[in-house]
Design a protein around this ligand. Structure first.
Ligand SMILES: [Cu+2]
Length: 123
């Protein structure tokens, strides 16, 4: 009888350990997922003569990629030439820069100057 109780205790302990292990696995999985998202590129879609999202917040050193989803050519030009300008982007063509010093950067499309967007670079 005594041995049975001890065995039961052992089983309970084993169950607890495997449950803990599972929780740790779940936690590690979540952390990995969050990490992957953080490493993803920051994308701005150009569609229907607008930059989407209109304002994008990134961290210094991260890449920012614009992609033109319109049938019209568009450009990305920094107000005050704070970063390199793109060529005229054809449909599905991309343009990438690396975010520099923290600050707020506005840009526009030189073909359609009413198209504007903002990039906020954080430390
Ligand atoms: Cu345009």
């Amino acid at each position: 009888m005594k041995t049975l109780t001890q065995r039961n205790k052992k089983m309970v302990l084993l169950c607890a350990i495997s449950f803990l292990n599972l929780s740790i696995f779940a936690l590690a999985g979540e952390m990995k997922e969050a990490d992957t998202t953080g490493n993803q590129q920051n994308r701005i879609e150009i569609k229907d003569f607008a930059f989407n999202p209109q304002t994008l917040t990134v961290k210094s050193g991260e890449k920012i990629t614009w992609i033109n989803r319109d049938e019209e050519p568009h450009t990305v030009v920094s107000v005050g030439k704070k970063f390199k300008k793109s060529t005229a982007l054809d449909t599905d063509q991309e343009f990438t820069i690396t975010a520099g010093a923290p600050g707020t950067y506005t840009y526009f499309c030189s073909v359609h100057p009413k198209m504007t967007g903002t990039i906020v670079v954080e430390k």
